[in-house]
Each structure stands twice: as structure tokens, then as C-alpha cells.
Design a protein around this ligand. Sequence first.
Ligand code: SF4
Length: 486
Amino acid sequence: MSDHAVTEKADDIVVCDACPVLCRIRLGKTGACDRYGNVDGKLARLDPMLVAEQVAARSGAMVPFLEGDWSGELLRDAGAFVTGIGAGTTYPDYKPAPFIVASQHRDIDMVTVVTEGIFSYCGLKLKIDTDRFVGPEQAAVRCKGEQVGHVTTAEYGSQMLALGGVRHLTGGSKKEGVVTCDTLLTLCNKGAVELAVDGGATMTVQAGEAPVINGAREERMRVGCGSATIGIFARQWHGHVDEVIVVDDHITGVLSEHQAGRFLGLSPAGIRVRGKKSTPGRYFQVANPGLGWGGTDVQDPLTIIEKIDPKSARPGLRLLMVSTTGEDSGYFVLDDALKPVPAAMPAAVAKVVERIGENCEPALTSVLFMAGAGGSLRAGVTENPIRLTRSIKQSLVRVTSGGAPVYVWPGGGITYMVDVLLMPDNAFGYVPTPAIVGPIEFTMRLTDYQALGGHMDHVRELADVIQEPRVKRTGWRDKNPWPLEP
Ligand code: SF4
């Protein structure tokens, strides 16, 4: 049962005070978020509370889902970590966190403060490994017609979306808030959502899976920009072709003009591509963004050739045009009129095109949850919240989310990011305020906890906490650092 106060009891109704919605829950029913229910007239957190166990810390071996009786002694020896998943909430934290767990690590007394944070200030950063045009920067990203975020600055080989945030959760219509919350929750829990970008693509995205853009599943993340591709493969092309143009939405590379070509003793071949010349052999804006070659709207690569200069070009010149993933390629030979004529690609050239593909990584969608834990949540940890913030900045406190490592942003507050794939499945919930509920744990030495004004009278032994009937055991994800390790 939850130790939340039952603030009202009449006709077997209990009032949940785990969030500001204050659901009045009838016997046998659940509250609006389905996380709490009225069990035998008492308020209960219904989901299991996840304890991740590192068995035989000495060998580092993992044993997922231990079966049978489970003694506290075994756990202490093995290394158990009480995650915030299913721990319960105390928002707005006028009470200590649901679990403040004492344990030992390398003979040092440690404490982990465990809670489920209710985050109105939260969102997702999606990194979608594709060059395909998903929509203009700043364009609205919609789910079920509601704006849930926007397209933000593209990164190297990836399109980026910023979803959620307090404005979409609370600043628009009720429907916008609900759909935003639902979208975040699905993605956080590793589910798939369909998104549509104003003036751009529709796509299906899911953490750890290839994005599907306008119905086409993306296979490859590009090897690099056009210029980088020239740099990487110039030597391998040398002697087999006279010119290579790597078509890219951002930086199209032209071998014979490029520094890499110069290094190999090539002189400009006289094939001038459209767009703005940046530095030798590097061109911007050769076409519009799109779903064609190299993230451009190009379907016929010859359309990006502006002119062929007879002073430098010659009949018989061998030209390769290729995209940054190697998925699109064409081989041409200039005829007597200096017109590129398609020809069979020699095996040695095809081999390098293949190698571009071999050097591409699988295209994936990465989902990072970002939230601010610098508000009232801190009061569940200490009666003097600024000390928690300072202790995190001083690296005295390790912050984890469902046991997964987080990155805490510099500057004020406790703004953190976590890769949802490093977390156990279904680690997130929601409340209809609307806000996302996410697990968070603060681990530190017991002496440091005391020094920062921790709720010492609420500290419970690990061996005691793990006897809670709701506890569910799982194996520790061995790639995550052990949170109690200094
Ligand atoms: S929404 Fe959930 S946490 Fe909030 S009061 Fe209702 S049952 Fe409790």
C-alpha cells in the first residue's frame, strides 16, 4: 500500500494525493492515470516497483529475473538498486520521497533517494539518422493534427526534432496538451508514433528502430557529407575515374577540384556543378532539399551540372556521380560533344560505391528524454533544496533515471537528459495535468546526504525496502555504470 495520506474517506472513496489532480477513487477502481487505485479501501500504487539486481558483483555477471525466495542478504551481497520505476510520487513534494534507501558499497554507507518525478517541464530530442528532407527547420511537427514539437537544427547525417516541452503540454488547447503527453509517453516507453511535418514528410519513429519516411524505411545513415566522402574515398577512385561528384544536400563534393583530388595530382575536369562554391571542390545548395539523391530533390543527377567547360573537359572523360550513402549512383562517359552518356560502371568503380554503403551505419531513431528536476522534486530529497542542486554540480550526488546514466546540463537547475533505450521497458507514466511521470534516483554517501539536509528519519535499509510486496526483480543492464560506484 502507498504511504500517501488518505485525505478523505467516505463511502469507501479514497482521495489520491500523489499529484494535483486529487482523484477520488471508488473501491476497486483506479485513478485517472491508472497508477493508483483503491484496494480494500486503501490507496495503493498499482504497478510493480522495479529493483535492478547486479548479481555477483565480483564477476560482473548478470542474472536477469531471479526466481524463488529472495533474501535481503543475498541482495546486499549481489548489489541491488531500487529504481524509481513504480516507486510512487509525492508531487508537489511536501513529503519526503517515497523511498530513501540505505545500502553499502565497498564498505561505505550510501543512500539512494528514489521517486517518480512528475515533469511538466520535459520533452524529447529525436535524432533521426537520415539525409532525407523531413521538413524545414522550425516547421511544426504534428501528431493526430496537433502540434507536438518542431524541426530543429540538423546534425551530421541526422535530422533532429524537438518534441514536447511545457508550451505544448500546458500552453495550448487541452487536446494539444493531451496529444503531446501521449506522444511523449509512447516514445519514452519505446513505442512507435506517426508524425507529420508542416511542409515536409510524414514519418513513423521509434527508439532504436529505423525511421520510416513517407512510407520508405531508411536503411543507411550516410558515410559523411559530400566533401567528406570525397576525402575518404579519393585514393580508391584514383586511376579508375576522372571525376567524381558526390551529391549532398549540404556540401556536394567534386573530386578534381577538391583538396583530396589536388593532393593526388588531379586538375579540375571542367564539370561545373550548380549552387554556391564554398571552398575548392565543395558546393552548397546544388539543389533543393528533398527525398532524392543525398537529401536533395534530385532524381536525375545530371541536372546539377551547370556547364561543362571545353577548355578543361575532354571526350572520353569518365564521370561517377554518387550519393552519400552509395544508394544512388551513375557512371557516365563524355562523348565528342562533351555530353555525359550513361555507361556500364567498371567493376573497380562499383567496388568503391559498394564500399560507401558498407561504411554507412544502420539508420536509427534515438530518443532522449529531457526534463527539469530542479523544482519541488528536490524537497522530497532535502529540506534545503539548493544543497541538492549544488551537490549534483559538485559530483557528490549521482543522478540516474531507472538506473540509467543521465547527463546533467551545466548552469542552473537539474536539467537532465537520458537515452530511453538505456532504461527498462515501460519506465514512464503520465498524469492528466498533463505531465510525464519518470523515474529518478539520487545516490550519494550517507554522510553527504546528512550534510545536505536529507530526510534522515525516513532512511530505510535496503533489506527492508526489498521486502515490499510490490517489488519486481530484474537484471541490471550491464552496460550502465553501477550508480553506487564513485
Ligand atoms: S492522476 Fe494518478 S497520481 Fe494523480 S491523483 Fe489521480 S490517481 Fe493519483
